[in-house]
Design a protein around this ligand. Structure first.
Ligand code: FE
Length: 378
C-alpha cells in the first residue's frame, strides 16, 4: 500500500493521503487550503473516512486546510506540540502513534527547519513483506533539505535530525518530501544518505556554514501564512478575511478576534490579560497562558484598586496587551484605561464566552471557548 501523493503547483507542496484498506480510515498530511475540494473529491472517490488532518510544521509558504477538513470531513486535527498550533485537537510528541484503522503513524521529532517540525513514519504489510514510508515535510527534501534561516530554524538541530533520526531508518524506507521544485516525487533513505548534496561528505560544521549562507528570499506568503497556520488555517472561517485583522476602535489600539489574539500570544508579541473576576475564572474556566488582572471584583463589582499598577507591570516590556473578559464589554473599558496609562492595549471581541443566545445561554455564539482555543476548568 502506497500513499496517495497530491501536488499543489502554486506552492510546490505535496499533500499525502494514507489509508487503511479494510476500515477505509484515512489520514491527510499537509493539506493546502485552495485544494480543499480536490482533497474531498479524492476521499470520496476512494470511499475514505478522514480521521486525522495533520501537519509536519507551521508552514510559511501555504495555508493549511486542516481546520476546514475538520469541519467538512469530520477529521480531528493534530500537529507537533512544538509548532504552537493551539487549535490542533491533538498536540503530538516524539514517539507518539496515531492510529487509523489497523494502521499507525509514528511521530518522529525532527526539529531544525522549524523548532517544532516532525516527520511521520508508516510501515505497512504488503504481499512481499513490509513497506516503509517516511513523510519528512521540509526536514529532508530530495537531494536537499529545508531552510533554517527563519521561523525558529536551527541548522545544528537540522543536522542532528537528518543524520541521527531520519538516516537511522531502514535504507529501503521511501522518502516522501513536503515539496519538490523539479518534478521529482520520492526518494529513499539509502539514496539520500549516500547522495544528498547538502549532507554527503559534509562535516556538521560545513553543513551549518552552508545553511547559514544560503541567503534565500523570504517566502511570498509568510506574513499571511504563518499566523493563519497557527489557527489550523481558519482565517477563512466565519469572519473571513477580517478574522486576522485589527479593527479600529476609539480610545484604544483596536479590536481583535480571539484567534488573532492567540496567534500574537503564541508568537510572543502580546501579553494575554484576563480582566474577569477571580470568581468567573474559577467557575467558568480560564486560559492557562493568561495573566489574571480583574477590572472589577466581587463582591459588588467594585473597581479593582490595583488595576493600574498591575496593567503597567504587565505592559512594562513594551509588548501589546490583549484583554479578555466575558463577552468583550469590560475589556473595552479596561483597554481604554490601559491606553490612558500609555500602553498599547487591544480588546478581544466576544470575550471568553460570547454573548447570550435566545435561551440566555452563553458560549454558543462565539468567544474564546467557542473557537476552540485552549482553556481549562479549575
Ligand atoms: Fe516549511
Amino acid at each position: 500500500m502506497s500513499p496517495i501523493q497530491l501536488f499543489d503547483p502554486a506552492s510546490s507542496t505535496f499533500t499525502y493521503i494514507l489509508f487503511d484498506a479494510d476500515s477505509r480510515e484515512a489520514v491527510i498530511i499537509d493539506p493546502v487550503d485552495h485544494q480543499l475540494s480536490r482533497d474531498l473529491q479524492v476521499l470520496r472517490e476512494h470511499g475514505l473516512r478522514l480521521v486525522w488532518a495533520i501537519e509536519t510544521h507551521a508552514h510559511a509558504d501555504h495555508i493549511t486546510s486542516a481546520g476546514l477538513l475538520a469541519e467538512h470531513a469530520g477529521a480531528r486535527t493534530a500537529a507537533p506540540e512544538g509548532c504552537q498550533i493551539g487549535t490542533a485537537a491533538v498536540q503530538l510528541t516524539d514517539g507518539q502513534r496515531l492510529p487509523f484503522g489497523s494502521q499507525q503513524l509514528h511521530c518522529l521529532y525532527t526539529p531544525g527547519h522549524t523548532a517544532g517540525s516532525m516527520s511521520y513514519f508508516w510501515e505497512t504489510r504488503g504481499p512481499h513483506g513490509p513497506a516503509r514510508h517516511v513523510f519528512t515535510g521540509d526536514t529532508l527534501l530530495i537531494n536537499g533539505c529545508g531552510r533554517t534561516d527563519f521561523q525558529s530554524g536551527n541548522a545544528e538541530a537540522l543536522y542532528r535530525s537528518l543524520t541521527q533520526v531520519l538516516f537511522a531508518l531502514p535504507e529501503d524506507t521511501t522518502v516522501w518530501p513536503g515539496h519538490d521544485y523539479q518534478g521529482r516525487t520520492h526518494s529513499s533513505i539509502g539514496q539520500e544518505k549516500r547522495g544528498n548534496a547538502r549532507l554527503a561528505g559534509q562535516t556538521p560544521e560545513q553543513f551549518v556554514n552552508t545553511m547559514n549562507q544560503l541567503n534565500l528570499p523570504k517566502p511570498q506568503r509568510i506574513d499571511e501564512a504563518v499566523p493563519a497556520n497557527l489557527t489550523s488555517g481558519l482565517r477563512h472561517d466565519a469572519g473571513g478575511e477580517a478574522l486576522l485583522s485589527v479593527k479600529p476602535a476609539a480610545g484604544y489600539a483596536g479590536d481583535v478576534s480571539p484567534q488573532l489574539a492567540w496567534a500574537w500570544v503564541q508568537a510572543g508579541q502580546a501579553v494575554l490579560v484576563d480582566v474577569r473576576t477571580d470568581a468567573e475564572r474559577a467557575w467558568v474556566g480560564f486560559v492557562p497562558d493568561a495573566q489574571p488582572l480583574a477590572w472589577k471584583q466581587w463582591p459588588g463589582m467594585a473597581m479593582n484598586p490595583d488595576f493600574d499598577a498591575g496593567i503597567q507591570a504587565l505592559g512594562a516590556d513594551g509588548r501589546k496587551l490583549v484583554l479578555l473578559c466575558r463577552s468583550g464589554v469590560r475589556s473595552v473599558a479596561a483597554a481604554q484605561r490601559a491606553t490612558e496609562l500609555g500602553l498599547q492595549a487591544y480588546n478581544i471581541l466576544e470575550g471568553f464566552e460570547g454573548d447570550p443566545d435566545a435561551a440566555a445561554q452563553r458560549g454558543k455564539l462565539g468567544g474564546w471557548r467557542f473557537h476552540g482555543l485552549p482553556w481549562r476548568q479549575s
